[in-house]
Write a new protein. Sequence first.
Length: 114
Amino acid sequence: MDETVLRRPVSVDGQVMRDQLDKLLEYAARDRVTLQIAEFKDGPHPGTYAPFSLFRFAEPELPDMVFTEYLTGALYLDSRKEVSAHLEVLDHMTARAGSAQRTEALLREYRERF
């Protein structure tokens, strides 16, 4: 996640932000989930201007897929070339983002602000 999502309040009284941060902390505590925050202090990352989600499926016959949204629509990308490019970006983002422990600490810090 980009730190932007923590700094842009989505409600006037802060309740929605508190609820969302609580949910993220809940997910961060799960064994099979790793949350990482790309902090502003680390500069721009390769996914800054093109957010996307990578889907991997348990069934081996189903290929990896990338989902991305833009102003007037969304795309599902499944070509090997496009998915590989996004996997490379994801690898760079993962390497640069804070650890899961740092991310949990940041989530708690932002939770206290709201």
